[in-house]
Design a protein around this ligand. Structure first.
Ligand SMILES: Nc1ncnc2c1ncn2[C@@H]1O[C@H](COP(=O)(O)OP(=O)(O)OP(=O)(O)O)[C@@H](O)[C@H]1O
Ligand SMILES: [Mg+2]
Length: 376
């Protein structure tokens, strides 16, 4: 409609802080601005992106063309669809193939009538985000329930145990076997409930925490427990700053995750090749990697943080059993004989008490538990 492009060169630099790809284009697709995430994903310089037509970067751009024009014409204010980006196509060196990136596209109006905002979210990123949000909501929902239920179970346990003991004194010895069963089961329930309530019991002891000190503590504890056939690789970003937190609780959280990895690797530890050095895994040998990284502009739950740390606990074991993959952070979900299914619930609660969260990606041969904690 408008024949002028007389806007006083608006400044879109604020988009550079976004983790999603954003471009501002004219109705004909000419790119006026592309943010840092866009450049990175396209592996191009800003100048190269900005001189081009957005449509050139799509495998099939007809849908995008129609949508951008529709939005610019005011036919609708915004629209979303899936598309495939072709990146590195022009810059590809001879013999190097351009690769494709599947994205979710959101086209919307800007305050400048002939400019259109195009937001691209990597589909893998979208799935990860969806999963994180689901995990967060699930954990919130079960936390209260678990805590209340644990209290309700705990209250009568003392009474039941006392009554069984009194009863035992009145019974002939051959019947005391039954009261022993009651007492034993009550004790088991008691310790289960104590573990469930543990993270809520004390006010957190907050001090300066160094993530690598935590990793080293956990590493030495695990190596004492599994002295043979397990390799623990450290890949630390030592530039990570200290942060405020409850050190002992965080050690517990990381220990629970690493403990699970070690248990999943047990068969691989046992079949290590004879003669291999202790603690050194050969090809296919049991290996856990502790990796720390800085993350920028992360969303945890519904909150956005400028800076966070990521601790990845990666193992090369068989992976989380598919039947329980979606539910491992729920209390009492266990995939192994003798497991109580509380380790990850507790770890998640502790991470959340630090405004962080834990999520998991798992396939046979590579399981990655990622704990994200916001940094000041
Ligand atoms: N690294 C891993 N590789 C494979 N499976 C895993 C891994 N980590 C967790 N799991 C699966 O997730 C389940 C839940 O773990 P969680 O720590 O919550 O409970 P648990 O280990 O069974 O019992 P516990 O309360 O003693 O920790 C485990 O039983 C296991 O099946
Ligand atoms: Mg466990």
């Amino acid at each position: 409609m408008s024949d002028s492009s007389q806007h006083s060169s608006p400044n879109f630099d604020a988009f550079d802080t976004l983790a999603t790809m954003v471009a501002v284009v004219q109705a004909d697709g000419e790119c006026l601005f592309a943010n840092a995430a866009f450049e990175n994903a396209m592996r191009l310089s800003r100048r190269a992106v900005q001189r081009s037509h957005l449509y050139d970067w799509f495998v099939d751009s007809q849908r995008l063309r129609d949508t951008v024009q529709g939005v610019a014409r005011n036919a609708y204010s915004s629209s979303r669809f899936d598309a495939v980006l072709r990146r590195g196509a022009r810059q590809a060196a001879p013999g190097q193939l351009a690769d494709e990136l599947s994205v979710h596209v959101i086209v919307s109006q800007t305050e400048f009538e002939d400019l259109v905002l195009v937001e691209l979210i990597e589909n893998a990123q979208q799935t990860r985000q969806d999963r994180e949000e689901r995990t967060f909501d699930q954990v919130q929902a079960t936390k209260e329930l678990t805590r209340n239920l644990a209290h309700e179970i705990k209250n009568p346990l003392g009474g039941i145990r006392g009554a069984a003991q009194l009863l035992a004194m009145e019974l002939q010895p051959d019947l005391q076997e039954y009261t022993q069963v009651i007492i034993h089961e009550v004790d088991r329930l008691q310790s289960l409930v104590d573990r469930l309530l543990a993270p809520h019991r004390h006010a957190p002891v907050v001090g300066d925490v160094n993530i690598h000190e935590i990793c080293e503590r956990v590493r030495s504890l695990i190596l004492v427990e599994y002295p043979r056939g397990l390799k623990i690789v450290r890949d630390y970003d030592t530039s990570l700053p200290d942060f405020r937190g409850d050190r002992e609780q965080l050690i517990q959280a990381v220990l629970n995750i690493v403990q699970n990895a070690a248990l999943a690797l047990l068969p691989q530890m046992q079949e290590r090749s004879p003669g291999a050095d202790d603690g050194v895994a050969g090809e296919g040998g049991a290996c856990i990697t502790l990796r720390t990284r800085v993350a920028r502009q992360v969303t945890i739950g519904k909150q956005r943080w400028r800076l966070a740390l990521e601790l990845h606990v990666e193992d090369n074991g068989p992976g989380v059993p598919a039947e329980i993959r979606e539910r491992i952070f729920f209390p009492l979900v266990s995939g192994r004989e003798g497991g109580t299914g509380l380790g990850l619930t507790l770890a998640q609660t502790i991470a959340q008490q630090h405004q962080g969260m834990i999520d998991c990606e798992s396939e046979p041969g590579r399981t990655d538990f990622r704990m994200t904690l916001p940094l000041p």
